[in-house]
Design a protein around this ligand. Structure first.
Ligand code: ADP
Ligand code: ADP
Length: 233
C-alpha cells in the first residue's frame, strides 16, 4: 500500500532576487513499511523534498498525500518522527527520560501513545547503550547521542520516520556500526523510513528502494528497487 504519494511537485527558492529551482516535477510513490533512501549530490533537493513530505516546508505546485492526509494533517496526527543530524536532548534529563520526550509531547497533543520503559530500554540496548539509560547527555559522545535520537524515533508511536543525513557528523567506523544497529532495529519494527544520505554504500545497504536525484534543477533521475540478494541478509 502506498503511504507517501508525491505528484508533480515543484519548489523554487529566491535569495537576493536569484531563483533556485530546488525541485522540478517530482513524482514518487512509497509503500508502507519500506526503507527508502534519497541520494544525490549536495544541493539536489533531498532535504527540501523530505521537509515538504514532513510538512516543514510548502511546495509551489504539486501534491503530497500521506495516507490520504496532507503533510500538515499528518504532522498534527503525529505520523512523523524526525531524526536530524544532531538530536535535541534535554541536558537535565537522563537518557531514558529523553527517550520519553516524544510520547510526552504526543500525550499533550491528545494522541494515545504511551511510554513503555521496557521497549525504550530494549531499543537503547539495540544501539549499544544499555548501560547508559541513567546517564546524562553530556556523558555521551556525539555518536552515542545520535544513537539515542534513532532509538527515540523508533520508541515514539510515529509510523513514518524522516531522517536527514543522520550520520553525517560521524566518522566512517561509527557510521558503519550505527547502520547495522539501525538495520536490526528496523527489521523488528518495520516502520516506513525516508533516509537522506549522499553515501551510496549506506543507501544500498539500508534500503528497499534508492531514489537517485540530480541537481539544477533538482529532479529524480532513477528509482532503484534493491531486491536481492540483499546485502543485509
Ligand atoms: P540537498 O539536501 O540535496 O543538499 P537542499 O534541499 O538542501 O539540497 O537544497 C536544494 C536547493 O535549494 C539548493 O540549491 C539550496 O541552496 C536551495 N535552498 C534550500 N533551502 C533554501 C532556503 N531556505 N532558501 C534558499 N534556498 C534554499
Ligand atoms: P563518536 O562518533 O562521537 O566518535 P562513538 O559512538 O564512536 O562516538 O563513541 C566514542 C567513544 O565512546 C568510544 O571510543 C567508546 O569509548 C565510548 N562508547 C561508545 N559506545 C559505547 C558503549 N556502548 N559502551 C561504552 N562506551 C562506549
Amino acid at each position: 500500500m502506498s503511504v507517501i504519494l508525491v505528484e508533480s511537485l515543484s519548489k523554487r527558492f529566491s535569495r537576493k532576487g536569484q531563483w533556485t529551482e530546488a525541485l522540478r516535477n517530482i513524482n514518487l510513490e512509497l509503500d508502507s513499511g519500506t526503507f527508502v533512501s534519497l541520494i544525490g549530490p549536495s544541493g539536489c533537493g533531498k532535504s527540501t523534498l523530505l521537509r515538504i513530505i514532513g510538512g516543514l516546508e510548502t511546495a509551489d505546485a504539486g501534491k503530497v498525500s500521506i495516507g490520504g492526509m496532507t503533510p500538515l494533517e499528518a504532522q498534527a496526527s503525529k505520523v512523523f518522527g524526525f531524526v536530524p543530524q544532531a538530536p535535541a536532548l534535554f541536558p537535565w534529563r537522563t537518557i531514558i527520560e529523553n527517550m520519553q520526550l516524544p510520547q510526552e509531547v504526543n500525550r499533550k497533543g491528545g494522541a494515545a501513545y504511551e511510554s513503555n520503559r521496557e521497549d525504550e530500554t530494549e531499543l537503547l540496548r539495540a544501539v549499544g547503550l544499555g548501560d547508559f539509560t541513567n546517564a546524562y547527555p553530556k556523558e555521551l559522545s556525539g555518536g552515542m547521542q545520535q544513537r539515542v535520537g534513532i532509538a527515540r524515533a523508533f520508541a515514539s508511536g510515529a509510523p513514518i520516520l524522516l531522517m536527514d543525513e543522520p550520520f553525517s557528523a560521524l566518522d566512517e567506523i561509527t557510521r558503519e556500526k550505527i547502520s547495522h544497529q539501525l538495520m536490526s532495529i528496523w527489521e523488528k519494527h518495520q516502520k516506513t523510513v525516508v533516509f537522506v544520505t549522499h553515501n551510496i554504500r549506506e543507501a544500498v545497504f539500508l534500503s528497499d528502494k534508492v531514489v537517485v536525484m540530480s541537481s539544477r534543477p533538482g529532479r529524480i533521475t532513477e528509482i532503484v528497487d534493491i531486491n536481492l540478494p540483499h546485502p543485509r541478509t
